[in-house]
Design a protein around this ligand. Structure first.
Ligand code: AMP
Length: 143
């Protein structure tokens, strides 16, 4: 299965934020969009970094609540690892697992076209496995 198939089902919406916005803006955005990550972009939508709920936990624990009023660009992971829509989902899963993160921005020809989480990929793989098992059962019992 390709990442394009994952995006076709989950949609192309990406929560993006400028690097000079406050951590609080990222937190309220993640809460209202019900996502665990935000892609940090420049004014032309070029990808600069990624900032996730894991980062929020880490900086709140180490710096306290005042960190909420500091720019997200100070805390993001710069130059995130990205994938393309033609990448195979298992390769993307392997990368996420190897580097121990759960989000991957999707860029085609340098343009941000979506983001996938480990949950998006795993749940669609499970659906596919169940579908194939059901088809196999139907085939066997029909004989
Ligand atoms: P996550 O498990 O996705 O919440 O992220 C765990 C840590 O990895 C956080 O510090 C993120 O900023 C960082 N991170 C998340 N996604 C990526 C990525 N695609 N490339 C590099 N770092 C990432």
């Amino acid at each position: 299965m390709l990442i394009a198939d994952v995006l076709a089902k989950k949609g192309n919406k990406v929560f993006k934020i400028l690097q000079d916005k406050m951590v609080m803006d990222a937190v309220t955005g993640m809460a209202s969009f019900k996502v665990g990550a935000v892609v940090v972009v420049d004014p032309k939508d070029g990808v600069l970094g990624i900032f996730t709920e894991r980062d929020v936990t880490r900086i709140l624990a180490s710096q306290g609540a005042a960190v909420l009023q500091t720019p997200v660009g100070e805390h993001m992971t710069p130059n995130p690892i990205t994938c393309t829509s033609t990448d195979d989902d298992s390769a993307v899963l392997a990368l996420m697992s190897k580097h121990r993160f759960r989000h991957m921005p999707v860029l085609d020809h340098g343009t941000l076209i979506g983001i996938v989480s480990i949950r998006d990929v795993v749940s669609q793989r499970l659906e596919r496995v169940e579908f194939e098992a059901e088809a196999m059962r139907a085939y066997v019992t029909a004989g």
